[in-house]
Ligand binder design. Structure first.
Ligand SMILES: Cc1cc2nc3c(=O)[nH]c(=O)nc-3n(C[C@H](O)[C@H](O)[C@H](O)COP(=O)(O)O)c2cc1C
Length: 207
């Protein structure tokens, strides 16, 4: 499984001045390349004792302020972020021989923004968010199906589903972002943006 990386190059002269602008270019290229779930990112958190955990979530939007994903605030990741908002996020786009790493701080989206996104989701996803106590141990698949059916009946009666308080968005506000492009002979390009006194330093890292 030894592979030579030859698809591209990256240099500190040609990257954009801010990491989110560079991310926009790479994200669009990942999308255009037809990658499956190019918006899937690994998010790593740490708990109160410093134990790390990582999981995949879907990037739902991004702008110059950072990356937004949605989840259950009472899940494992939600509990971690409540005690320690420091977070890392990673995209691996293998077909493009690229990786992007973010380090930063996660903040909850304003409730109105989470409401708006929740209401844009398909009804089944809304009901799932209500019915599933994410990351809790549950008795069985059947138990989950019953919870879903009960939430579905409640939604019918109410004529819709309100966003539960325990579900919503986080914005990862980055202070370090690294773009990795595979190159020949393991001399990969690694360009890092580091927030320093309110402005982005651009540096090259050894591969
Ligand atoms: C491709 C993919 C996309 C996922 N997207 C999300 C997501 O957007 N939000 C979410 O809460 N979980 C998502 N999950 C499930 C998480 O990986 C994880 O199982 C769940 O959030 C519970 O994680 P936690 O116990 O660490 O909190 C996704 C999983 C996969 C494989």
């Amino acid at each position: 499984m030894r592979k030579e990386y030859k698809r591209g190059a990256l240099d500190e002269e040609s990257v954009t001045a801010t990491p989110m602008a560079q991310f926009t270019i790479w994200f669009e290229e990942a999308r255009a390349a037809g990658l499956i779930e190019a918006n899937a990112m690994i998010v790593a958190t740490v708990d109160a004792l410093g134990a790390p955990s990582a999981r995949t979530v879907l990037l739902k939007r991004f702008d110059e302020h950072g990356l937004v994903f949605f989840t259950n605030y009472e899940s494992h990741k939600g509990r971690d972020l409540a005690v320690n908002p420091r977070v890392a996020a990673l995209f691996y786009w293998g077909a493009l021989e690229r990786q992007v790493r973010f380090t930063g701080t996660a903040e909850r989206l304003p409730a109105a923004e989470s409401d708006e996104y929740f209401q844009s989701r398909p009804l089944g996803s809304q009901i799932g968010a209500v019915a599933s106590p994410q990351s809790e141990v549950i008795p069985s698949r059947e138990w989950l199906a019953e919870e879903f059916a009960a939430a579905e009946r409640a939604a019918e009666v109410a004529g819709g589903v309100e966003r539960p308080d325990h579900w919503g968005g986080y914005r990862i506000v980055p202070d370090r972002v690294e773009f990795w492009q595979g190159r020949s002979n393991r001399l990969h390009d690694r360009i890092q943006y580091r927030l320093e006194g309110g402005h982005w330093e651009i540096e090259r890292l050894a591969p």
